[in-house]
Design a protein around this ligand. Structure first.
Ligand code: ZN
Length: 302
């Protein structure tokens, strides 16, 4: 009898509330019941987790081949950078099956509970976030709105680094102003912010520089690994979902030792009326101040 790994589930649900965790177990039980199975499997739990976190799979969504390709390269870019960089969390899975508002997803799993971030990790995560857009541009010569979640996340981190975390050498160990207002409402809201217009400009420049630096770094690494990105993208187009180990095999050996069985993942019944947690991962960042959001793909219908 198959056993489930609670450790894996726990690692892949950081920031979930008790109610959300209960929801995951409920959903998994429903999936098992629909199959007339006697027990919940690991696959049920992972599908339930993804459904609660990102929304239901939308296999019925009509995607053009071009859109699929764009999503495959976008996610392959994220995945390649995740594997190439030292301080990232291990890759869990990459998928180009539309889910909730996203057309694809690259998921990483932290190894242990995290209560803060090192600068090296934040910079590597920023670089991974740039990978989707960079790969679209590099391989398809076009860019999509699919990077909006990545851009939001990268901006949020860069501002935190400069304004709160003292991670910018230029701006020093100073907390700059009412950061919530600064980040979410803009500076011209009329509140006093405790620093000059000149400092505000310097903060902007520094935030730009951090994000641009991550972008350049992503470009360089993906250029150096062009062939590998191509292999990941074509495997995604063929299999739609790959686990972290399979992507690692492609990068290390140029092929998968254990490719996923084709057409075995059961499509879930689409219910279009279901409400979807739009931008959920980003909200998590705002609320908990330090949980890395998933790297979403393109929001569908955007
Ligand atoms: Zn992305």
């Amino acid at each position: 009898m198959e056993t489930v790994s609670w450790a894996t589930l726990a690692r892949s649900t950081p920031g979930f509330s008790g109610a959300e965790l209960a929801n995951v177990i409920n959903e998994a039980a429903l999936m098992a019941a629909r199959r007339d199975a006697e027990a919940i499997t690991q696959a049920d739990l992972e599908e339930a987790r993804d459904k609660v976190r990102f929304g239901r799979e939308r296999r019925s969504l009509a995607m053009s081949d071009e859109q699929k390709k764009l999503t495959a390269y976008h996610e392959a870019g994220h995945a390649m950078l995740n594997l190439a960089l030292e301080h990232t969390d291990p890759l869990h899975k990459v998928s180009i099956i539309p889910r909730g508002p996203a057309l694809g997803v690259t998921m990483m799993l932290p190894i242990e509970d995290r209560y803060g971030y090192g600068k090296k990790k934040v910079l590597d995560d920023l670089c991974v976030a740039m990978g989707g857009r960079v790969a679209e541009e590099m391989f398809l010569g076009d860019i999509s709105s699919g990077a909006s979640g990545d851009i939001k996340m990268a901006t949020w981190y860069a501002k935190k680094m400069v304004c709160e975390w003292g991670m910018s050498g230029r701006m020093g160990m100073i907390e700059y102003g009412d950061h919530e207002d600064y980040v979410f409402l803009g500076r011209d809201i009329g509140r006093s912010r405790g620093y000059s217009e000149k400092t505000a400009r310097e903060i902007d420049e520094e935030v730009h520089q951090i994000v641009n630096g991550a972008h350049e770094r992503a470009k360089k690494i993906l250029e150096e690994n062009r062939a590998k990105v191509e292999l990941i993208a074509s495997a995604l187009l063929e299999y739609e979902t790959l686990d972290g180990a399979q992507v690692e095999e492609i990068v290390k050996h140029g092929r998968m030792m254990n490719p996923p069985p084709k057409g075995l993942s059961a499509p879930s019944t689409p219910t279009p009326s279901e409400s979807l947690p739009v931008n959920r991962p980003i909200e998590k960042v705002k609320d908990k101040g330090g949980i890395l959001p998933g790297l979403e793909g393109a929001p569908a219908g955007a």
